[in-house]
Design a binder for this molecule. Structure first.
Ligand SMILES: CC(C)(COP(=O)(O)OP(=O)(O)OC[C@H]1O[C@@H](n2cnc3c(N)ncnc32)[C@H](O)[C@@H]1OP(=O)(O)O)[C@@H](O)C(=O)NCCC(=O)NCCS
Length: 182
């Protein structure tokens, strides 16, 4: 199976698999830890910092361009088909919308990084808005839209996402056994 040319990245740890069928527009802005899998169809235009033990499922999209940024802590996941928006036009009518509009005619831009803290997970086909933090251990259920920060170790579902239940913190013990005292 074709693999991505890791030498293009700003830095990259050990035991990393990135499919050859990805489009990473700004690899010099991407820092990757160890024990990582990034599956086919991944499309990323922003800078990013990834910790260890991370999975990004197929056809995930991280958009926002050179001014966007995504941080993923250790033991985090994004499932297939999710869309994370780090920079967006405001869409409230202040200007013309889209990246090809010249300066002076553009809409206001919302530029806010996304943080996925350690142990947090995003289910399949989710949408995450600029500036959102998924707090430690929180989960976004499949098909949900997240436009607000989450509380730690809490599960959110729906469009827009709302908290539905708490999550066990047993993962911390498993991580400790793997050598991560988080
Ligand atoms: C969010 C999730 C973790 C909750 O799992 P769970 O605790 O077993 O689910 P429950 O059935 O107890 O759900 C609690 C409530 O939320 C609802 N719910 C669960 N997942 C939902 C979702 N994705 N969207 C909307 N509502 C959802 C349930 O219907 C239930 O509502 P009710 O109390 O009115 O009946 C799970 O539903 C999910 O989305 N997992 C992600 C799956 C995925 O994308 N995997 C990717 C590959 S690993």
């Amino acid at each position: 199976m074709d693999q991505y040319d890791y030498s293009k990245l700003k830095s990259c740890g050990e035991n990393v698999f990135i499919s050859g069928n990805v489009e990473i527009r700004r690899p010099h802005l991407i820092t990757i830890g160890s024990h990582i899998a990034i599956d086919t169809g991944f499309y990323c235009t922003v800078g990013a910092q990834l910790g260890d033990y991370i999975h990004i499922g197929p056809y995930t999209t991280i958009i926002g361009g050179a001014e966007g940024f995504l941080t993923m802590g250790h033991f985090t996941t994004i499932a297939a088909g999710s869309r994370l928006i780090c920079v967006s036009d405001e869409h409230l009518g202040a200007g013309l919308v889209g990246p090809t509009i010249p300066d002076g005619f553009k809409d206001n831009l919302i530029k806010k990084p996304i943080f996925i803290e350690r142990f947090a997970s995003i289910g399949t086909n989710c949408i995450v808005y600029p500036g959102v933090t998924l707090a430690e251990g929180s989960v976004l259920g499949a098909g949900s839209l997240l436009n607000r920060n989450t509380e730690p170790w809490t599960i959110y579902v729906g469009m827009p996402a709302r908290a539905v239940k708490h999550r066990s913190q047993l993962m911390k013990e498993k991580a400790k056994a793997l050598g991560y005292n988080l």
